[in-house]
Write a protein that binds this ligand. Structure first.
Ligand code: SF4
Length: 321
């Protein structure tokens, strides 16, 4: 397996005042392999969106590094950055807001094509038709405007525009959460098909664990700026180790009695901590049913608890390697 994106001890802090600092991403490290999908989940405010943007260089890092195909994203020169922006793209949550209502679908998609060189009008038109077919829309739709489409279709148009740039790596920032549940699965399937057809690599950000399960090879669970747990998707769902992951999984309604957390609802009752001046110990301690005094004083480190399975919890230490 070849590493495409290496995230090394990445921190992104926002200074709010002389005394307050929001630690949106705090010492996060992991690799993303070529043609892999890494899902990142967590509640809003856990830092997942900031992580995606910092990985793409849209926010400067406070410390740490992001290496894309060996290039340090945060110290790249202008020319390298231009090249990087073609190879790495972002897909946003709300397809409607990101599509210009006064442009036809043809012009919206053609905008992406312009980054790839000069095409004649006929070549552009042909490529737009190809891209629409690729995302499951009829080529005849290209002369229509965004308001003439449903939410799912608009998301497909947004995907076609992103693909026009011919990226290798796409950060998908909650790309399905604005859609009806019935449409979400279709768009997730489309992402999966495109990954196989085009050899894409995704960082797929979502708040819903059940959705990322089907698209992700590996899943990372973030809590207040830190990675609480990361493992192969199947391992994480079948054998969750971190109390927060267990609580999230136990909250998913399941008709499958074999689902490990099925019928074992874990309630998170305490107050949600804050990433602003976070406490010294485990950030989940205020809501964790198993928290001890040690948890409130000492931060657990992310350590390997089984091959390829990482967890940051004192309870798992005895099994650590
Ligand atoms: Fe809970 Fe302690 Fe583990 Fe944190 S370290 S998740 S508080 S048991």
């Amino acid at each position: 397996k070849q590493v495409l994106v290496r995230i090394e001890d990445l921190c992104k802090y926002f200074r709010l005042s002389s005394k307050e600092e929001l630690k949106a991403v705090d010492h996060v490290s992991f690799d993303i392999f070529r043609n892999e999908t890494v899902g990142i989940v967590g509640e809003s405010g856990c830092g997942k969106t900031t992580l995606g943007r910092t990985v793409l260089g849209l926010y400067p890092a406070t410390s740490g590094r992001v290496l894309f195909d060996g290039m340090d994203v945060h110290s790249a020169g202008k020319r390298e950055m231009r090249e990087f922006k073609k190879r790495a793209q972002i897909m946003l949550q709300d397809p409607y807001a990101s599509l210009n209502p006064r442009m036809t679908v043809r012009d919206i998609i053609a905008e992406g094509l312009e980054t790839r060189g000069n095409f004649s009008k006929a070549e552009k038109d042909e490529r737009v038709c190809e891209l629409l077919s690729l995302v499951g829309l009829r080529p005849e739709y290209r002369s229509r405007y965004p308001h003439e489409f449903s939410g799912g279709q608009r998301q497909r148009i947004g995907i076609a525009r992103t693909l026009a740039v011919e990226p290798e790596f796409i950060v998908c920032d909650e790309p399905i959460s604005a859609l009806d549940v019935s449409i979400q699965a279709q768009i997730v399937n489309l992402f999966g098909e495109l990954k196989e057809k085009l050899g894409l690599t995704y960082l797929f950000i979502a708040h819903d664990l059940s959705m990322v399960r089907h698209i992700s090879d590996r899943v990372g669970v973030m809590y207040l700026g830190m990675m609480a747990e990361m493992a192969d998707s199947r391992e994480l769902y079948e054998n969750p180790r971190h109390p927060y992951t267990k609580a999230l999984l136990s909250a998913i309604p399941s008709t499958d009695p074999d689902q490990p957390m099925s019928g074992r609802r874990i309630r998170m009752e305490g107050e949600v901590g804050s990433p602003v001046n976070p406490p010294a110990g485990c950030r989940f301690a205020s809501r964790c049913p198993w928290a001890t005094d040690r948890c409130r004083k000492e931060m657990p480190l992310l350590r390997q608890v089984a091959p390829g399975h990482f967890c940051a919890c004192h309870l798992e230490e005895r099994q650590g390697t």
